[in-house]
Ligand binder design. Structure first.
Ligand code: SAH
Length: 391
């Protein structure tokens, strides 16, 4: 096996189980590896440290194991079974929920891999060349770990590094069903893994949607950036007086309408609008809504976009603070990994201050337990939210 030798002193973070080797830490290779190849990492004193996937870029090795083991189907099966056991042991799988994230990259000690499960279908995404290379072995291991699965859809078109020129692809590794109905806390969703964003659905807002339901009774709810409408039907189930869903994508609006129909057929409380969120907020009347959800796409995909992203969050939240009815509740989120929770809170603070509203923080929200953060890899924290009472 090809070996990566580190520079002197560059083994420290790996000894604390941080799962990445940066290019600057590497001294030499026994032989130049192919992208996606499994390599072993050694210190300059020739001591074994880790095994992982090699890739050209600033993160050169993504560590799969610190235990000098073979990376094969049995290895993946073991890791997947542990991930499943974690979810089962905390009650995420089963009952009125058949939708969950099975693998959350580094959080499940499988850097570069995401797997979401919707009933009998798993949607698998590779974010690294190594996971792409291993996709068939992983699919076999997954079927072993979860024999009840009928479909495994591989969806890496938008997540693989562009430069690797892998001929990014989507396709079935098992089965072939193109649509299914997923169940989240007893609510039904069409999931479109062929064409939908991410793996077809945003699994990470489950708990936050549940909280919103509790605050919806008798309220006029605006669900901004609704995508498949998740927050909207929780609000309806919570007894909202009316629910308006907004997304700039017509396709998202069609999905939202279909999902509302699935759960609340013929319910006149809901309306959906294919419009730009910023324009919609500018044009709406003061006090038209007393519960607003802002769940925009990541404004900062990279650290260098941070300053503009923070301005974007301030601008968006200010518009909501300007218009929300006194006594209203704002659920506001950021899913940008590059924005930490203090920075996000400061951006929202700036918005509240410039709108001149009195604001109380009721809850500080985050990603759910099926999107765990590896304690040695704080970079895995991405979703943060605030629930605010606006006087
Ligand atoms: N809240 C959703 C997930 C939101 S994903 C859920 O719970 O599932 C972000 C959404 O924002 C996408 O559907 C995207 O189409 C939409 N979007 C992006 N830019 C937008 C804009 N300027 N105005 C309105 N919607 C936008």
């Amino acid at each position: 096996m090809k070996t990566v030798y580190l520079k002197r002193g560059k083994d420290e973070s790996l000894r604390r189980f941080h799962p990445w080797v940066f290019s600057g830490a590497i001294n030499r290779f026994s032989e130049e590896p192919e992208e996606g190849e499994i390599v072993e990492v050694y210190t300059c004193e020739n001591e074994y440290i880790a095994t992982g996937h090699y890739q050209i870029g600033s993160i050169m090795v993504r560590v799969l194991s610190f235990d000098h083991e073979t990376i094969d189907q049995a290895f993946y099966r073991k890791r997947l079974s542990i991930a499943l056991d974690v979810r089962k042991s905390i009650g995420i799988v089963g009952g009125d929920n058949n939708t969950f994230r099975l693998v959350h990259g580094e959080g499940d000690n499988l850097p570069g891999l995401v797997i979401d499960v919707y009933g009998k279908t798993a949607v698998m995404q590779a974010h690294s060349v190594g996971m792409h290379t291993d996709r068939f072995v992983i699919a076999k291991a997954l079927k072993e770990a979860m024999p009840e699965l009928e479909n495994i859809f591989y969806k890496s078109e938008t997540t693989l590094p562009y430069k690797a020129e892998l001929g990014q692809e989507n396709g079935f590794l098992l089965g072939g069903s193109t649509e299914d109905i997923a169940l989240e806390n007893g609510l039904k969703f069409h999931v479109d893994w062929l064409k939908g964003q991410k793996t077809g659905f945003f699994v990470d807002q489950r708990n936050n949607r549940d909280l919103l339901q509790k605050y919806s009774k008798g309220r006029k709810v605006l669900n901004m950036f609704c995508y498949t409408g998740g927050f909207s039907f929780y609000a309806m189930r919570g007894g909202a007086e009316l629910v308006h869903s907004v997304d700039s994508s017509q396709k998202a609006i069609d999905l939202t309408n279909a999902n509302v129909e699935l759960n609340f057929p013929g319910d006149k409380r809901h309306k959906a609008f294919a419009e730009d969120a910023f324009k919609f907020l500018d044009n709406m009347e003061d006090g038209q809504y007393d519960l607003i959800v802002l769940d925009p796409p990541a404004f900062a995909k990279h650290k260098d976009a941070l300053r503009n992203a923070l301005k974007g969050y301030t601008r968006l939240n200010k518009k909501a603070f300007d218009k929300i009815q006194p006594g209203g509740i704002l659920f506001t989120f950021s899913c940008s990994q590059a924005v930490n929770k203090d920075q996000f809170r400061t951006a929202v603070f700036t918005a509240a201050a410039s709108a001149g509203r009195k604001v109380r923080i009721l809850h500080q929200l985050h990603q759910p337990a099926d999107h765990p953060i590896n304690i040695y890899h704080p970079e895995g924290e991405y979703l943060k939210g605030l629930v605010l009472y606006v006087e």
